[in-house]
Design a protein around this ligand. Structure first.
Ligand code: GTP
Ligand code: SPV
Ligand code: MN
Length: 589
C-alpha cells in the first residue's frame, strides 16, 4: 500500500461511491497474481489452455456486444467544448460526472474492488507516469499486469506526488446503451463503465497513454503518439530507430516485429522491437527526440498472425498469454484463428462460444480477436526496451490502408510538410472499433480516436515541437503497404519485405540515398528499392514503378476531401497547414 494521501483519499471516495464487498490492492507479486488467476478460472472468466503446448495461457470471451472500442461512446470531457474539438465527442464534466455517478452508485456491491497502481514507462524514467486503476474485473487485473508495471514499485515511484491518473472502471451490467468511456483531461481522470473489452478497460493503454497523455504532453512539451518503435541494426552494428503511426489494425505490431528477408538476414541486418502501439517522445539533453514504449505487453490482433506473416508475434503468444475472442479448439485445448495455419478444427467453440468446426460457414474468431502477452516473450525485443532514457528517433513514418492514391513510400520535404502529411492521413476502416462506416476516413497521425484535445491544437503542438527540435528533428515519411490491383489484391508483399522500404528510409536519414522530387514529396527511384529475391512474388522494377506512381487525378480528389476535413477546424487550423494544402494543390496542376 501507500502513504500517499491523494491516492488514499481517492480510493475512499471511490469506495463510498461503488460500495464493494472487498478491496484488494495489487502488489505486483507473482503469488498474488497466481491466486487471482485461480479465482478467475473458478469464476469461469478465463479457461486454462493445454499447459504443455501453451504453458501459462488462458482463453477469455467477451460479451457478444462488447468486442472492440466504441468511438461513439467515448467522450472527452474538457470544461470547454472547443478544447475537445470537432473530432471528439464532448460532454461538460459536471454533466458527465452526474450521469456516471448514478451508474457507478453501488455498482460494486457483491463484488471485489481491485486497486491497480501502475507505471507507464520504465520505473524511474523522466518520461514515465503513474496511474491507479480501480476495477471490479479480475480480467482487467490479469491483463494490466502484463501490459504495465503494476503494484508496489509504481507506488514507490509515485511517492507523495499528486501527478497521477485516476482510472475508474466497472463492467457494470455490460449494457451497451449505458457504456461510457470518458476522459477528464483537466482532472487527470478516466471513468469507464459497462464494457469488458481491452481498449475500453485497460485504462493505462489508449485512455491514459494516448488520450490523457496527449493533453499532458501538450502542456509539458512532449508527445504521446499511436506509434510503434523499432530499431534497424545494419551489418556495421549501427542501429537506427524509427517510430511509425498507422491506424488500428494497419500493421504496427507486424512492422515492429518484422523478420528481415533472407538476403537481408544473410547480410547481417537485425530488427529490434521497442514497442508496437504507443510511443512517448521527448526532446533529450542532446537536442534529439527520444522515445519510450510506456507499455510492457502487446495487445495484438490474433487473426492473420502466423509463422509466415509474423513469427515473432506468434512466438510471443506461446506462453503466459491471455487470448480473447478466438476459436477454442476442444480437441487439444488450444486456440485457432483465421490465418493461423491450414490445420482443420473438427471440434471447437467459436468466439461466441458456439460449437464450431472448419466447415462452419461463419468465421470462428472475431476479426478483432486479441492476445495479451508480455514483451519479454518476444524474440526480437530490443535490449534498449527498458532503458529509462528511451531510444533516439531518426525517422517518423506515417501510413494507412489505401488501395489507391498513396504510393509505397515518400518523404516529406521538411518537418512542417511532414506535419501536413500526417494531418491528411486517410485509411480504410477496420474492425478495431464498432460501428464505423466502411471506406476511407481521415485519421490524422493515426490519432483520430485517441487525441484527447482539439486536433487543430494538436497539429500546432507538432509544429511547435518541430521548431524546438530544429535541425535535430526526425525526417518524416509516409508508407502504404496496402496498394491493390483491380481485383482488390495487395500488390506489395508486405510484412518482412517492408524492411526493403525501411532500408531506403534509413539510408535517407543517414544522407546516403538519393531521391526524386514529386508533387507530394521525395520518392526513391524504383531501382533504389532492393527487390532481390522477390521475383517469385512477381515484384519487378515495373511493379515498383507502379507502386511509386503518383496519380495526380486521384490526389486532386483527395485534396477536395482534405479541404472538407480541414473546414471542420475553422480558425483553429494552423495557417501553416492551410498553406501546405494550397502548395500541394499548385504542385498537382
Ligand atoms: P492495433 O493493435 O489495432 O493498433 O493494430 P496494428 O496496427 O498493430 O496492426 P497489426 O500489425 O496487428 O495488423 C493488422 C492486420 O494487418 C493483420 O491482419 C495483418 O495481417 C495485416 N498486415 C500487417 N502488416 C501488413 C502488410 O505489410 N501487408 C499486408 N497486406 N497486411 C498487413
Ligand atoms: C487499437 O485499436 O488501436 C488497439 C487495440 O491497439 S485497443 O487497445 O482496443 O485500442
Ligand atoms: Mn493500436
Amino acid at each position: 500500500m501507500t502513504a500517499n494521501k491523494n491516492v488514499l483519499n481517492w480510493i475512499e471516495e471511490v469506495k463510498s461511491l461503488t460500495n464493494p464487498d472487498k478491496i484488494v490492492w495489487i502488489d505486483g507479486s507473482e503469488a498474488q497474481i497466481e491466486k487471482l488467476r485461480e479465482e478467475a478460472v473458478d469464476e469461469g472468466v478465463i479457461k486454462p489452455l493445454n499447459q504443455e503446448k501453451l504453458p501459462g495461457c488462458y482463453i477469455h470471451r467477451t460479451a457478444l456486444n462488447d468486442v472492440a472500442r466504441v468511438e461513439h461512446r467515448t467522450f472527452i470531457c474538457s470544461k470547454k467544448e472547443e478544447d475537445a474539438g470537432p473530432t471528439n465527442n464532448w460532454c461538460a464534466p459536471d454533466e458527465m460526472y452526474g450521469k456516471l455517478r448514478k451508474l457507478f452508485n453501488g455498482v460494486m456491491k457483491g463484488r471485489t474492488m481491485y486497486v491497480i497502481p501502475f507505471c507507464m514507462g520504465p520505473i524511474g524514467s523522466k518520461l514515465s507516469k503513474v496511474g491507479v486503476e480501480v476495477t471490479d474485473s479480475v480480467y482487467v487485473v490479469l491483463n494490466m499486469v502484463i501490459m504495465a508495471r503494476c503494484g508496489d514499485e509504481a507506488l514507490e515511484f509515485l511517492g507523495d506526488s499528486d501527478d497521477w491518473v485516476r482510472g475508474l472502471h466497472s463492467t457494470g451490467e455490460l449494457d451497451d446503451e449505458n457504456r461510457y468511456i470518458t476522459h477528464f483531461p483537466e482532472d487527470n481522470a478516466i471513468w469507464s463503465i459497462n464494457s469488458g473489452y481491452g481498449g475500453n478497460v485497460l485504462l493505462g493503454k489508449k485512455c491514459f497513454a494516448l488520450r490523457i497523455a496527449s493533453c499532458q504532453g501538450r502542456k509539458e512539451g512532449w508527445m504521446a503518439e499511436h506509434m510503434l518503435i523499432l530499431g534497424i541494426e545494419k551489418p556495421d552494428g549501427k542501429t537506427t530507430y524509427i517510430a511509425a503511426a498507422f491506424p488500428s489494425q494497419c500493421g504496427k505490431t507486424n512492422l515492429a516485429m518484422l523478420i528481415p528477408p533472407e538476403s537481408y538476414k544473410k547480410a547481417g541486418y537485425k530488427v529490434w522491437c521497442v514497442g508496437d502501439d504507443i510511443a512517448w517522445l521527448r526532446q533529450g539533453d542532446d537536442g534529439r527526440l527520444w522515445a519510450i514504449n510506456p507499455e510492457t505487453g502487446f495487445f495484438g490482433v490474433a487473426p492473420g498472425t502466423n509463422m509466415k506473416s509474423n513469427p515473432n508475434a506468434l512466438i510471443s503468444t506461446q506462453k503466459n498469454t491471455i487470448f480473447a475472442n478466438v476459436v477454442h479448439n476442444l480437441d487439444d485445448n488450444t486456440v485457432w484463428w483465421e490465418g493461423l495455419n491450414k490445420e482443420r478444427v473438427s471440434n471447437g467453440l467459436d468466439w461466441k462460444g458456439n460449437p464450431w468446426n472448419s466447415d462452419s460457414p461463419e468465421k470462428g474468431a472475431h476479426t478483432n480477436g486479441r492476445f495479451t502477452s508480455h514483451v519479454s516473450n518476444c524474440p526480437c525485443i530490443s535490449p534498449e526496451y527498458d532503458n529509462p532514457a528511451g531510444v533516439p528517433i531518426s525517422a517518423i513514418v506515417f501510413g494507412g490502408r489505401r488501395a489507391k492514391t498513396a504510393p509505397l513510400v515518400y518523404q516529406a520535404f521538411d518537418w512542417e510538410h511532414g506535419v501536413f502529411v500526417g494531418s491528411i492521413m486517410g485509411s480504410e476502416t477496420t474492425s478495431a472499433a464498432i460501428g464505423l462506416a466502411a471506406g476511407v476516413r481521415r485519421d490524422p497521425m493515426a490519432m483520430l480516436p485517441f487525441c484527447g484535445y482539439n486536433m487543430a491544437d494538436y497539429w500546432r503542438h507538432w509544429l511547435d515541437m518541430g521548431k524546438k527540435l530544429g535541425k535535430n528533428a526526425p525526417k518524416i515519411f509516409n508508407v502504404n503497404w496496402f496498394r491493390s490491383n483491380e481485383d482488390g489484391n495487395f500488390i506489395w508483399p508486405g510484412y518482412g519485405d517492408n524492411l526493403r522500404v525501411l532500408d531506403w528510409i534509413v539510408e535517407r536519414v543517414n544522407g546516403k540515398a538519393g531521391a526524386v522530387e514529386t508533387a507530394i514529396g521525395y520518392e526513391p527511384k524504383p531501382e533504389d528499392i532492393n527487390i532481390e529475391g522477390l521475383e517469385e512474388d512477381g515484384i519487378t522494377l515495373e511493379r515498383v514503378t507502379e507502386l511509386l506512381q503518383v496519380d495526380k487525378a486521384l490526389w486532386k480528389e483527395d485534396v477536395n476531401g482534405i479541404k472538407q476535413f480541414y473546414t471542420k477546424f475553422g480558425d483553429r487550423l494552423p495557417e501553416e497547414l492551410r498553406e501546405q494544402l494550397s502548395d500541394l494543390e499548385k504542385r498537382l496542376v
